[in-house]
Design a protein around this ligand. Structure first.
Ligand SMILES: Cc1cc2nc3c(=O)[nH]c(=O)nc-3n(C[C@H](O)[C@H](O)[C@H](O)COP(=O)(O)OP(=O)(O)OC[C@H]3O[C@@H](n4cnc5c(N)ncnc54)[C@H](O)[C@@H]3O)c2cc1C
Length: 381
């Protein structure tokens, strides 16, 4: 049985970043179920992963503020950009906000692997469970063998996209040590709609810029109408905060429908600056017949205001197979904010998506994965 100072479970974004920042004298290994490290990072952002955002704020996350603030203070967006720049990874800014790889997410994977060259990478090993024995050592059992270590870092991510090796083993390990967890649920995922909103499914393929209000947040991005319901960046971020109940969409956030229809001889659907098919469907949804603007009566005008505040309760979401992340994880209160070590179990750490911290769409989840990894790496002596 091989003996390590540190075993890192999961060779994804956070596991690799941690390995690269450990003191070189620490004998460590990464264990992953896949035949290659960082499979999720590779396919994310259409193969060019959205690595971070121009503005990284704790308000862009669902999770414990102290934990987030501590990790970002130790490894900020600027630190991440600087790290990538020093390693000659070229990035491009999209929509003035999102940092993507200019060429391919392989550029980042290669840098992470190069940085982690002191670490052994054990692939094709599925972690089954972890125990801690009287000798104070951890025993990590995989489907291929048993490994022993003084410290274990759980970096096994969330359980969405199981085809890429994702699992909830991190939560199983936490629970086996009596740590409190919030079960994973799909997030950054499309939403299904109830019968009253089935009209949205008929617009499949169309998209528009909207403001969505959900649980006290306003998300400003594109939404996409899909066969199964609604999707696109605005809705994916909405799914992070929506548990049940109503959301409200402003379909014309940069306009005023009353001003648009004022004294116009055109049809209402023609003055709405949206694709005609969408404009017509929206009019039907708010109960206004498409007619010449001058013929709108007082009641029509009242109904039209709903275009700025179309309120409805989604039915559910598209599930783990489509979700970019899993909401939930090991509760923040179980972890030391400065080290991410379990308060109950000495030498057991949790980083990345397995922690109950989830970001909106826009590079926030990689930023958290890297910031939490760095925080933990620097705490391991
Ligand atoms: C399609 C898609 C697109 C995304 N796009 C973006 C994006 O553009 N920007 C962004 O910020 N975030 C994005 N994300 C989210 C981001 O990929 C994750 O939040 C991030 O990878 C989490 O890092 P992690 O290290 O915690 O987990 P991961 O990177 O998922 O790494 C966990 C590792 O643990 C391994 N593992 C799991 N179970 C076991 C087991 N039992 N035994 C051994 N190994 C195991 C996995 O194989 C994996 O390699 C996307 C996710 C998906 C699915």
């Amino acid at each position: 049985m091989k003996n390590y100072d540190v075993l890192i479970l999961g060779a994804g974004a956070s596991g690799l970043m941690l390995a690269g920042n450990l003191n070189k004298k620490i004998k460590n290994a990464l264990i992953d179920t896949n035949e290659k490290p960082a499979k999720k990072l590779k396919i994310s952002g259409g193969g060019k992963c959205n690595i971070t955002n121009v503005s990284v704020d704790i308000n862009n996350f669902d999770g414990d503020e102290a934990l987030l603030a501590s990790a970002f203070q130790k490894f900020s967006k600027e630190n991440l950009l600087d790290f990538l720049d020093r390693n000659r990874v070229e990035l491009e800014l999209r929509k003035g906000r999102y940092y993507f790889c200019k060429h391919s997410s392989d550029d980042i994977i290669n840098v992470l692997k190069k940085n982690a060259k002191n670490s052994e990478i054990i692939l094709n090993n599925t972690v089954l469970h972890v125990t801690k024995e009287d000798d104070e050592l951890f025993y990590v059992k995989t489907d291929k063998g048993l490994y022993k270590a003084k410290k274990v870092v759980v970096a096994t991510g969330g359980k969405s996209f199981q085809t890429l090796g994702a699992s909830d083993i991190g939560l199983q390990i936490a629970k086996s040590f009596d740590l409190s967890v919030k079960e994973f649920t799909p997030a950054l995922v499309g939403l299904t709609v109830q019968k009253e909103q089935f009209w949205m499914k008929e617009l499949s393929g169309l998209s528009c810029y909207v403001h969505v209000k959900v649980a006290g947040k306003t998300l400003k991005e594109e939404m996409l109408f899909a066969h199964k319901g609604i999707s696109g960046p605005a809705i994916l971020s909405t799914s992070l905060y929506w548990k049940k109940g109503e959301i409200s969409i402003d379909f014309l956030p940069n306009e005023n429908i009353i001003d648009l229809t004022q004294n116009s001889k055109k049809l209402v659907s023609s003055v709405i600056p949206l694709p005609k098919r969408l404009a017509k469907a929206l009019l039907k949804a708010v109960g206004v017949n498409d007619k010449e603007c001058t013929k709108l009566n007082k009641q029509d005008k009242e109904l039209l205001k709903a275009l700025h505040n179309y309120t409805f309760a989604p039915a559910g979401n598209f599930g783990f197979t489509k979700a970019e992340v899993s909401r939930g994880g090991v509760l923040a209160e179980e972890l030391d904010v400065n080290t991410l070590e379990s308060k109950k179990i000495k030498d057991l750490y949790f980083i990345g998506e397995v922690v109950d911290i989830t970001g909106e769409l826009g590079g926030y989840n990689f930023q958290w994965a890297f910031s939490s990894a760095y925080t933990c790496a620097k705490a391991i002596k």
